[in-house]
Design a protein around this ligand. Sequence first.
Ligand code: MTE
Length: 328
Amino acid sequence: MLIRSKRSWELPESMVTDEAVFFNRRKFLTGSMATAGIGLIGAGAPTAVAEVDPSAGLYPVPNNPAYTADRAIAPESITSYYNNFYEFNSPYDFSFSKNIADEAQALPIRPWEIRIDGEVEKSFTIGIDELLSKVSLEERIYRHRCVEAWSMVVPWAGFQMSELVKLANPLSSAKFVYMETFLNPEVAPGQKTKSYPWPYREAITIEEATNELAFLVTGVYNKPMLKQYGAPLRLALPWKYGFKSIKSIVRFRFDSSEPETFWHEVAPREYGFWANVNPKVPHRRWSQATERDIGTRERFPTKLFNGYEEQVAHLYTGMESLGKTLYR
Ligand code: MTE
């Protein structure tokens, strides 16, 4: 994520990762880790070898054929080393490396309690494994488009967010769902910097949260999600830029008015509340007309709502002018 204002945390535009540089670095790291005999399993994805995820027995889950993509699924050996998870960057890493896989393994994901509160019938806290026992898991192939103009096709596993909204039993006064990531600077060194307003926070409207596409992710590649993707619970909103898809969620709060969010607070003129993918509305510093697919390394034209217009366009009819609505 790149930001505009001239402060200590500002990233120069030159920091947008050049794929050639990234893939060379990745090749080097894979080679050196393999030589050292650490952390690589299966398709080259890093994992905490000694730790077995208690939800492993729930996978594989059935694929939902209604959600598929017109591009190849990106290999796990690439996507598991290309992650935006700023909590795991060093506070001194102003290049915001995407190779945070090893650092992310420090995150304890059991016990993992999730708080549901705000404008709901009754607030409660639920452990991730109990939550998993109350929902139906399925696999969905989604396109994933970052505001930094890269994209990938990912086989997420999880459940429709509307199931969580139903469990929460919101009051009619609830208009927004606000979500928060864990706060633990001891394991997440990025949270030691005072330049960002931790914890990471995001929010969407109730109509967005109950749209069929809003998906709470618990697995990837049909097994429990590795920590760098946001284990044990993250969001996937495929029609919005990736920064809305908050990782490692510990709280869902139902609000009557629009809550402040992490990137909006950091750089309000660059990262709007709606953040719907729109090729016609450039970022203040680069075009959003095309995107580089991280899996195939090909460049594709970006589609309005990332190609999910049919499912979500109705959520935004009658709002401000199209451009403003989509980027505000
Ligand atoms: N959630 C948290 N807690 N911290 C983050 O840094 N990065 C966001 C989003 N969710 C982020 C986050 C951004 S900018 C993107 S593009 C996606 O996660 C990246 O998800 P991926 O690493 O699975 O591709």
